[in-house]
Design a protein around this ligand. Structure first.
Ligand code: NIG
Ligand code: FE
Length: 405
């Protein structure tokens, strides 16, 4: 039963009051069999734990393992040229209409074997775990055929079995209409073939749709969400990213667990999300790369919407899996308070993928997922941006990363 002691500051949201960070100075943390047993001030460490194996946190900050609740982890190739073209003024929509964008990643993904995709994804997961991330939601969406989508979800199943991080799989067959298909028959294949097969094999937990005029209309999306929900896949949305297309209201209507992006959302859409308890997922790396306006935290607070922050890691709009970078942007750009940002990547992110009863805060009974950060406070960590401030990551009670001195 290890005890992590000499923690300068243990900062965690609590399930009972997720909007606030509870900090304990000179703290200790005790766990057994991958679950937290006790946290508190080191002075109050119960007698029975005093003789247990001690790990020394070196007087550093300890936070819950970070949760990246929106990634497109499985993909082939990169889109560097597109990045450069966008700097020159080409828009995401123009590139997508010219057959670039998602379609080009679908082609690059198809060129790789499952083993090659796995090798790449394992590299990204290692990078993420070195930054303090212990859980990642991973979307399909670069297959866009029955076989291609199932292959990506099978990749995520393999990753769950072969490495320590928790992987939460989401089906995103409705990411784009493949160039070779007509809209109607592609939407029908999602509803009649992909969803039943994926749900019956337990390959995904959520059904996501890119709800946008250049992707799927509100009517098409509604039909896909109904079919997904009937098969046990809860809705999640890419909503109101490029235009206010009614995605937020649709999220409320279909009882989505989250609506993500939202740079162009209206206050009416946010109010509907608040009423329906839909979590807003901010993806500030995508806002930066696409030069979209930052969704202001003040609007989310005013409308009473709960919010999370994630990377959106993908080769087009967010080519980085650096969640602390996304958090720094959420503070500097969306103007979250640093402590709100920590909640947004821990307890709120856990809620956005239905993992809130198991992870996202450092409380007895929850998974012993945590990160040791070389900073004097949460604010200092996000203010003084560095390649990596994380010195140790523990997943289910086991060390999965430790910085070399
Ligand atoms: O979340 N918005 C749609 N999908 C991705 C981008 C995918 C891509 O460009 O390959 C996103 O930003
Ligand atoms: Fe995305």
């Amino acid at each position: 039963m290890p005890v992590l002691s000499n923690i300068r500051l243990l900062s965690t949201p609590l399930a009972a009051s997720p909007g606030r960070i509870h900090s304990i100075d000179h703290a200790a943390l005790v766990w057994r069999d991958g679950k937290i047993l006790w946290t508190g001030s080191e002075k109050e460490l119960p007698e029975q734990y005093r003789t247990e194996e001690r790990w020394d946190a070196g007087g550093k900050l300890v936070i819950p393992g970070l949760i990246d609740c929106h990634t497109h982890l499985g993909f082939g190739g990169w889109r560097t040229e597109e990045f450069v073209r966008k700097i020159g003024g080409a828009t995401y929509e123009e590139i997508a209409r010219a057959g670039g964008g998602i379609a080009s990643t679908v082609a690059e993904t198809a060129k790789l074997s499952l083993e090659e995709l796995e090798h790449r994804a394992l590299g990204f997961l290692r990078e993420m775990s070195s930054l303090g991330v212990t859980t990642a939601e991973c979307k399909s969406g670069y297959g866009l055929s029955v076989e291609g989508e199932i292959r990506l979800l099978e990749l995520y199943r393999r990753l769950s079995e072969r490495q320590p991080m928790t992987i939460v799989p989401t089906f995103l067959g409705a990411h784009a209409i493949p160039a070779s298909a007509d809209r109607k028959s592609y939407v029908a294949s999602i509803i009649d073939q992909m969803i039943p097969e994926i749900a019956s094999r337990g390959l995904a937990r959520f059904c996501d749709v890119f709800v946008e005029p250049i992707a799927f209309s509100v009517e098409e999306s509604r039909a896909i969400f109904r079919a997904g929900a009937a098969a046990g896949l809860r809705p999640k949305l890419h909503a109101d990213q490029l235009s206010d297309g009614g995605g937020a209201s649709l999220a409320a209507e279909v009882g989505a667990i989250s609506a993500d992006h939202l740079e162009a959302v209206s206050d009416a859409g946010l109010e509907r999300m608040a009423e329906a308890g839909v979590i807003a997922v901010l993806l500030p790396i995508a806002s930066l790369y696409l030069r979209k306006p930052w969704l202001a935290a003040a609007r989310l607070r005013k409308c009473g919407v709960r919010f999370a922050v994630a990377t959106d890691f993908n080769p087009g709009s967010a080519p980085s899996c650096h969640l602390p970078f996304a958090l720094t942007l959420s503070v500097a750009g969306n103007r979250l308070h640093p402590e709100e940002a920590l909640s947004a990547a821990t307890i709120a992110a856990a809620a956005a993928i239905a993992e809130g009863d198991r992870r996202g805060s450092l409380e007895p009974g929850k998974a012993a997922d945590f990160a040791v950060i070389d900073a004097e406070s949460v604010a200092h960590w996000l203010y003084h941006f560095r390649p990596n401030a994380c010195v140790m990551t523990v997943k289910d009670g086991k060390k999965i990363y430790e910085a070399r001195n």
